[in-house]
Every structure is written in C-alpha cells, then in structure tokens.
Design a protein around this ligand. Sequence first.
Ligand code: KIV
Length: 271
Amino acid sequence: MNHPEAVSRLKPLSVNDLIAMKRRGEKIACLTAYDASFGAMIDKAGIDIMLVGDSLGMVIQGQQTTVPVTVDDMVYHTRCVSRARRRSFVIADLPFLSYTTSVVAAKNAAKLMQQGGAQMVKLEGARIEIVSFLVDQGVPVCGHLGLLPQSINYVGEYTVQGKERAAAEKIIEDAHKIELAGAQLLVLECVPAHLAKQISTELTIPTIGIGAGVDCDGQVLVLYDMLAIGTAKRPRFSKNFMHDAESIEAAISNYHQSVKDGQFPALEHSF
Ligand code: KIV
C-alpha cells in the first residue's frame, strides 16, 4: 500500500498506468468523489481513480435518479475534485442527454476536460459511434455496461442485468465493440460475477466493477454508500467501511487495501 505522505510525491496517473496495472495483475481502486475535501482524502489514500459520477444527483442533490443532472452540475463538481487531485486519475460522467450526437458529446466532453479538468469521460451504453468519434478527437473514454442508471425510466428498477443468456451475450458483444471503438476503460455495473469475469479476461482494457464480483480488474463504490452517509438503503453490493474504522481516512484506506488484496467484494457483495 502507498503511504499517504508518499502519495503526494507520486506522479499523476495516466490511462497507460491503469492499463499497465491490469497487465501486471494489480487491482485498480476507484471511488466516486464530488468535492475537493473528500477528493484530497481519497487521493491521499492512494485510490487510483476518482470518478465524478452523476450519482451526485442522488447523494449530493437529493434527487431520485441521475436523470436531472446537467453538464453544468458535472463541470462544477469535476472542477472541485480536480483541484484536489495530485495522483489519482479523474473521470467525469457525461450526464443524461449530453451525448445525443457525436458533436454534442464532443462539446460536452470538452467542458468536462477543459473547464472541469477531467482526464477521461464516461458514458453509458453501447454508443459505439460516439465512443469512436470521441476517441478520434483525442478524448479518453470509459464505457459503462450492465445496469445503466440513466435508463432507469426504461429499466424500471436498479437490479442485476445480464442474468439471462441472451442478455449476457449482448453485454459481452457490446463490451468487445466498446473496446474496438477505442475506449480504454469499462465500468460493469450489477452483472453476475461469472459474466464480469469472462469480459475481464477477454478484454485487454481494464474493467472496473460495481456489483460485478471480485474478478474485475478494479472496483468502484459510491463514496457515500461505503461511508454509510445518507438515509437511502445501502445497495447489497456495497459495504459499510465506516463500521470498523475510527475515521473517514481509515475507512477509505481500508477500502483501498481490500480492493488491492482482492478481499473486496466478497461473495455476499456479488451476484
Ligand atoms: O455515477 C456513478 O457514481 C457511477 C458509478 C456507480 C459507476 O457511474
């Protein structure tokens, strides 16, 4: 584990460092972050990626879903997190309806990167043409498959995806297409562990799982879930790291260590 004081002296991570971690079998630790104070703590704990997720709609803004989150909201929070960044790689979500066409996606990615300071943008679903266009413009892209929270009004509930064979095959096919389109990371949310394992083995780019089992190349949790902040019920795939920690710093550090050691997620957090 990186000693926190040593972390501030380390060089900022690039996407190539994350790909190298996959190659050498080192797990990638990722947490969501929405502001500079938590961002500084997360960075100092040696977490490799800070994801400014549109989950901020729920945990910061008190919305029911991520649908109302705007590009301006994302730029504001990404800028806050980026100011605290020393070593972690910063990814920002393109929110709902901010990538309706390739040009719209590029304009909004520009805002997240130029005004927000993100190093990569994440978008949900198999939007292959858009991924390919962004990559051609030099925008590093993270895909997101499985449960797609921006599609909640279609899906109906936040539940495991890819349980049936046809749905699993579609997710596998889409994962390959996203890699071929040039994405350099892929988030897998709420899919059976065996499916995430197969995808992680077949792809050369790192997979980051949330409710996707221990065999992903990395793990991400929503910060407020793992710190047990807020009134919403904690999802089954998350864990309360505050439960046996004396401070927020210790909880984040325990999460970091558990991901690196392959201790988290345990079977009870997987599907
Ligand atoms: O918005 C978010 O926090 C996310 C994670 C759940 C992966 O996309």
